[in-house]
Design a protein around this ligand. Structure first.
Ligand code: AMP
Length: 277
């Protein structure tokens, strides 16, 4: 596996593969890799001739500088995991390589950032679209792989890829969980023992919400879910049920509904979601 740090070399490498008629699968990550990332890499290696994985902690998607500072960085372990997974290139650029100047373009996300993560993390999705499009311009992928764990992010990337005219297939991959249901996340290593013990309640509550909706109706199921989280000592940032495509608040005639949660446990922010209808 090659480790490429320069933006220019990344582009040269990808152009050469494209000239040979090879397909490129791309998995963007912020490192501290776990089995969730590994499942994306597996899908990419199954479906493409070559696979590039980027490891880049993107400063423009953090609205909290402490969160950026505390984000885990585990280069050696990441390199080993990617080499063992059959990846061709680990793209590991510096901030200067990705952003040679400080300009941050403003994207119109067509309302997809109005709910959930959007109001709670101002500028976050703008930064996500900025980095993903910059990476697409360098890696030139045919397909790119994203986790359903970050449900709103996946919806925004699908929409913006089309809107900005990128010919890249966006593939959503199911959330990989610990045995007790906790969604795998790079942030989980920061949970202390007591927070880690409580964390699976988030997924339990999402499942109860799913079963509760046909039994008690949407509003009661949501208030029951919020009550259970409050009793467990988990500090809820939001629990919302939205239309799975438009991300607008659930309506009775919505075909698919997604229950989405962001919560704080011992100073760590966790998110999770589940298809509830
Ligand atoms: P991150 O490194 O957290 O930015 O995540 C990189 C990619 O991995 C994103 O597309 C995430 O949605 C995806 N991902 C993170 N955790 C999981 C998980 N537990 N299961 C599936 N995909 C995940």
């Amino acid at each position: 596996m090659r480790v490429i740090e320069s933006a220019e070399q990344m582009e040269v490498f990808s152009k050469a593969l494209r000239a040979e008629g090879k397909t490129i699968g791309f998995v963007p990550t912020m490192g501290a890799l776990h089995d969730g990332h590994r499942s994306l890499v597996q899908a990419a290696t199954d479906q493409n001739d070559h696979v590039v994985v980027s490891v880049f902690v993107n400063p423009t998607q953090f609205n909290d500088s402490k969160d950026l500072e505390k984000y885990p960085r585990t280069f050696e372990a990441d390199r080993e995991l990617l080499a063992n997974a059959g990846v061709d290139v680990m793209f590991y650029p510096t901030v200067k390589e990705i952003y040679p100047n400080d300009l941050v373009p403003e994207y119109d996300l067509d309302g997809l950032d109005e709910a959930m993560e959007g109001p709670n993390r101002p500028g976050h999705f703008n930064g996500v679209v900025q980095v993903v499009t910059r990476l697409f311009d360098l890696v030139l992928p045919h397909r790119s792989y994203f986790g359903e764990k970050d449900f709103q992010q996946l919806a925004i990337i699908r929409h913006m890829t089309k809107k900005l005219g990128y010919d890249v297939g966006i593939i959503g991959c199911p959330t990989v969980r610990e045995k007790d249901g906790l969604a795998m996340s790079s942030r989980n290593v920061r949970l202390d023992e007591s927070a880690r013990e409580k964390a699976p309640i988030i997924f339990q509550v999402l499942n109860e919400l799913k079963h509760g909706i046909p039994e008690t109706g949407l509003n009661k199921a949501i208030s029951n879910a919020k009550e259970k989280l409050a009793k467990s000592g988990i500090e809820l940032e939001y629990l919302e049920v939205v239309d799975s495509i438009s991300l607008q608040p659930a309506k009775d005639d919505s075909v698919g509904l997604q229950g989405c949660v962001a919560a704080w446990l011992g100073g760590v922010r966790l998110i999770d979601n589940l298809r509830v209808k």
